[in-house]
Design a protein around this ligand. Structure first.
Ligand code: AMP
Ligand code: TRP
Length: 293
């Protein structure tokens, strides 16, 4: 449609853009990054950083609950930094104890926290702490919301429990292709599909579900399983290939960074330097409100 109405005149001084809201999330330096981390959280780290000011932390203090070897912790932190490859958005975290996760979030006054479903209860606790603080000392912290991806809980290769390093049911997305292949080939599919000729149930098959995120033809793949046109082995082989291909550029960057630990340390330090003033400003405000200065 065309129109001969004059376009609105441009205001002389455009109103200042409102400050971008802040998101925060943390990930433990466990040494590996698995498909649950990516589909459950990391994809949202990436998607949300255009809309929000983003702060992502490798939470080394959190790892102290299960990891007591300084060199292993240092290595795990570097590995996670290289895995995430978001050089501007990493830091060691300036943390306090004992309610570490809440402290991580509120110290940067984050409003939005991209995490997997397993963190929902932690976020609820964070909100309770925030409410208690705000009630006693006045509005200081925003109440934060968890945001989930379309796959808030990714099941492990056992097809039953959530994918988790401690359960040994992961698909390690930056591992060598052979490791990814073995992990995918070990996946439990529809346990009721016993014979190759039995029809499958893609809605309960973890392999079929994961195909959704690795190609536009996932419905066709699911249909192949439903009608027994294809077998589980072929569907798994295809998934392993696609996962390997999807993460190949990330793996290349990961290996490049891992060959240069000084570069990773520099990235982490720069992130910490960038965030320190924000954390210090919050702590100054908190002490003031509490009468500690
Ligand atoms: P972690 O490796 O435990 O520090 O987890 C890092 C992020 O990945 C957190 O936001 C978790 O909620 C998320 N995550 C871990 N495992 C899964 C999973 N199996 N499904 C969905 N999200 C997950
Ligand atoms: N507890 C989270 C996990 O195990 C990691 C984490 C620590 C975190 N601090 C955070 C996540 C702050 C979100 C916000 O996965």
């Amino acid at each position: 449609m065309t129109t001969d109405v004059e376009p609105a005149s441009i205001p002389v001084s455009a109103p200042a853009a409102p400050p971008r809201r802040r998101i925060f999330s943390g990930i433990q330096p466990s040494g590996i990054v698995h498909l649950g981390n990516d589909l459950g959280a990391i994809r949202n780290y990436v998607a949300l950083q255009a809309e929000f000011e983003a702060i992502y932390c490798i939470v080394d203090y959190h790892a102290l609950t299960s990891l007591h070897d300084a060199d292993v912790l240092r290595r795990g932190t570097r590995e996670m930094a290289a895995s995430l490859q978001q050089p501007d958005d990493l830091n060691h975290g300036l943390l306090t104890y004992p309610v570490l996760q809440a402290a991580d979030i509120v110290i940067y006054k984050a409003t939005t926290v991209p995490v997997g479903k397993d963190q929902a209860a932690h976020l609820e606790l964070t909100r309770e702490i925030v409410r208690a603080f705000n009630n006693r000392y006045g509005e200081t912290f925003p109440e934060q919301q968890a945001v989930f991806t379309e796959t808030p809980t990714v099941l492990g290769t056992d097809g039953v429990r959530k994918m988790s390093k401690s359960l040994g049911n992961t698909i390690e997305i930056l591992a060598e292709p052979e490791v990814i292949r073995k992990q995918v080939m070990s996946m439990v599919t529809d346990t009721q599909r016993i014979l190759r000729t039995d029809p499958g149930r893609p809605e309960v098959c973890n392999v079929c579900q994961l195909h959704r995120w690795f190609g536009p033809d996932w419905e066709e793949i699911q249909d192949g399983e439903r009608t027994a046109r294809t077998g589980c082995v072929d569907t798994k082989k295809l998934l392993a290939e696609r996962i390997t291909r999807h993460y190949a550029p990330a793996r290349e960057r990961y290996l490049e960074l891992m060959a240069n630990p000084a570069e990773i340390d520099g990235i982490l330090e720069a992130g910490a330097d960038r965030l320190r003033p924000k954390a210090e400003a919050t702590m100054a405000e908190v002490r003031e409100r509490m009468g500690l200065r």
